[in-house]
Design a protein around this ligand. Structure first.
Ligand code: HEM
Ligand code: SF4
Length: 628
């Protein structure tokens, strides 16, 4: 039979419902479509499509004649009919994931109903659709480790408790491979377990109030916030209740189908911290601290992203929201994206692309229309110009209490270290642990007179509160260890480079951020760091070798800038530390020169003070720093 193209159907559906997004599946002789989310439009389309449209009997179907040329099949709206046909042939342009979602009637969480059969059939029998759909419940098939899976655990705002760390340690030791990663979304990934243990892991995690739902693919990922929310004196207010409220709305204890059919992943950060400790500007939505007419609240930034074409800095939506309204406003923005976001080529599906198509004014107007009330224009941005990593010993706003931030090189921990972290948090603190966006952990609520004793604990020799300047801001994605897209190994290489830089350049250097991504996807945020490294394979002297492209000048915060590629191909061999040391020296020199120029230029200084100029510019590297 002929193939009914998505383009033809789209036109047809658009004639029924002005703004719907269509995805389609062709299974055997039957066409299934996943259409508009609005109940009224759904009903309309449902009614229309109950009839066979290609017999030309209904005058409304102006496209019928075009369509008849490509197929004679009847058309129906999808009603979960594909749920048991995971192996059916799927035609959805280039976006297979839309087809997988349609097979679950738009709700990937329904893969849970199939879990017992999937487990019974075994990991080898997983279909491509099931491998993707399992991510809705946080279970990740890992190609580099056949039969061994990864589970992503939600930890809103990076808040964790000692009993949760102990549960993860126990699961990792007994059912996993004793490798746990702390990620840049302030959550943990459990690795190396088999499919049959998933129900047991779910149950154990539920017992300590942890969930893995909606942690991958087209969902709202773990919601980020300042790791010291509620504790740091450098915050305008504690924004973590908003993060938790949002997590309840979007995920709750069982997952929420209202938010499980987004066009692509969705990142959110909500913070009241004035020290730019999270990467707000790379998020689809970021709420940043602001003041308006004496009231405290947030300015709303939208459309930031990493990957899908590189770092796009989020733009102000020109909206001020108070704390009590914030979650509702964010939820409505997500729904706008769900209903109108592009769903064709996956590299063009992020919120940023809808905003590019619509413009900020239309997005704002749609938000106001949906909320049914006007929104105040943005307030005064209260973010400072400093960047905190919350490592080391810092005072809390609670008198006599301190927070001790520990550097966990590239975020990788084993069960013994997790148990020890849990023990220390109970012995010295309140049993709380906070995870940061730089893959580190903080033990808060330590009485000032106990800090010295804590600093002597053996774990703090491994996870130092005073790391070297090259380790302190080190971030690395997963790399070839577990990620099938990785082109190079990242984590141990990143640590080796930072150690080499330390012995080469000493510790009298100001800390800087060094971020590694193992491929262009950019999960290590390499364009948001002082020095970024992106791995790839290069052919040098006829041999395929691991190499990196080097970026500098990446920055988040009020003057966010994407790091610029300055070296295209640097092999990951013994010359790498020399090259990076050269890059750092040259970069530092350049930053200082610009600061100096800015200070001696009254116009620039005035503009910078008014927030009109960024003191950091992307630049070309002088020849001296190029590799031989
Ligand atoms: C083409 C785009 C992308 C693809 C295909 C992709 C793929 C992946 C994969 C396969 C993993 C899991 C690796 C593992 O832990 O075993 C991962 C993890 C991760 N990725 Fe990406 N990624 C993409 C873009 C990005 C971007 C742009 C960011 C943001 C900077 C990002 C942030 C993360 C983070 C933080 C993790 C760790 C898990 C988490 O906390 O959510 N990814 N990504
Ligand atoms: S950047 Fe590439 S290698 Fe690293 S986790 Fe993301 S997809 Fe994998």
């Amino acid at each position: 039979m002929g193939v009914l193209t998505t383009a033809v159907l789209k036109k047809y559906f658009k004639s029924v419902c002005g703004h719907l997004r269509t995805t389609s599946l062709l299974c055997g002789d039957t066409f299934f479509a996943n259409v508009c989310q609005l109940p009224a439009h759904r009903a309309l389309i449902h009614r229309s499509l109950r009839v066979t449209i290609f017999d030309g009997s209904d005058a409304n179907f102006e496209l019928a004649s075009t369509a008849r040329e490509v197929t004679t099949s009847p058309i129906f709206i999808a009603r979960g009919l594909m749920a048991s046909s995971a192996s059916a042939q799927v035609f959805v342009g280039n976006n297979l994931v839309e087809g997988y979602k349609a097979s679950m009637n738009g709700d990937g969480l329904r893969i849970l109903d199939h879990l017992p059969q999937i487990i019974e059939r075994g990991a080898e029998a997983l279909t491509p659709a099931e491998k993707e759909l399992l991510k809705w419940v946080g279970v990740f098939f890992r190609k580099p480790t056949p039969g061994k899976f990864m589970m992503r655990i939600r930890m809103p705002n990076g808040f964790a408790k000692s009993e949760q760390l102990r549960a993860i340690a126990e699961l990792s030791r007994r059912l996993g491979n004793s490798v746990v990663d702390i990620t840049t979304r302030q959550q943990m990934e459990l690795r190396g377990f088999t499919l049959d243990t998933v129900p047991e892991i779910f149950e154990k995690l539920r017992g300590v109030d942890l969930r893995t739902l909606q942690t991958g693919i087209d969902n709202v990922r773990n919601i980020n916030g300042c790791a010291l929310a509620g504790l740091t004196p450098h915050e305008l207010f504690d924004a973590s209740p908003v993060v938790h409220e949002l997590d309840r709305i979007i995920v709750g204890s069982k997952g929420n189908p209202e938010f499980t059919n987004l066009p692509r992943k969705f990142n959110i950060t909500v913070t009241g911290c004035l020290d730019n400790c999270t990467h707000c500007e790379s998020q689809d939505i970021a709420l940043v601290p602001a003041k308006k007419a004496g009231r405290l609240g947030f300015n709303v930034l939208v459309g930031g992203k990493m990957g899908s074409g590189g770092f796009t800095v989020a733009s102000p939506l020109n909206v001020f929201v108070e704390l009590f309204q914030a979650a509702a406003v964010v939820a409505e923005l997500i729904k706008i994206y769900r209903d109108h976001g592009p769903r064709e080529a996956r590299s063009k599906c992020r919120f940023a692309f809808l905003i590019e198509e619509w413009g900020l004014r239309r997005l704002r107007a749609e938000l106001v229309a949906r909320l049914g009330r006007e929104l105040p224009f943005q307030g005064r941005d209260m973010r400072g110009s400093t960047h905190a990593d919350h490592l080391g010993v810092s005072t809390q706003k609670q008198a006599g209490l301190m927070a001790v931030g520990l550097c966990i090189p590239t975020g990788r921990v084993n069960p013994d270290q997790l148990d020890e972290l849990a023990r220390l948090s109970e012995l010295y603190g309140s049993g709380e642990i906070r995870l940061t966006t730089a893959q580190n952990a903080i033990i808060p609520n330590v009485p000032a007179d106990r800090v010295a004793e804590l600093l002597e604990e053996p774990l703090l020799k491994q996870f130092s509160p005073r790391p070297s300047p090259f380790m302190r801001g080190l971030v690395a994605c997963v790399g070839t260890d577990y990620c099938n897209l990785a082109l190079i190994e990242t984590k141990s290489r990143a640590i080796a480079l930072s150690e080499a830089l330390h012995s080469k350049m000493g510790s009298g250097v100001n800390p800087l951020t060094i971020h590694w991504s193992g491929c262009p996807a950019g999960c290590g945020n390499h364009q948001a760091a002082d020095v970024g490294l992106r791995g790839f394979k290069a052919k040098i002297d006829g041999k395929i070798v691991d190499a990196v492209a080097i970026y500098t000048g990446g920055r988040t915060g009020p003057h966010a800038t994407a790091g610029r590629e300055i070296l295209e191909t640097v092999p990951c061999d013994e010359s790498l530390p020399d090259v990076v040391a050269g890059v750092i020296q040259s970069y530092r020199f350049d930053v200082e020169a610009r600061e100096h120029a800015a200070l001696s230029d009254p116009l620039f200084a005035a503009a910078a003070t008014a927030g009109l100029a960024s003191w950091r510019f992307a630049r070309e590297l002088p020849a001296a720093a190029m590799p031989a």
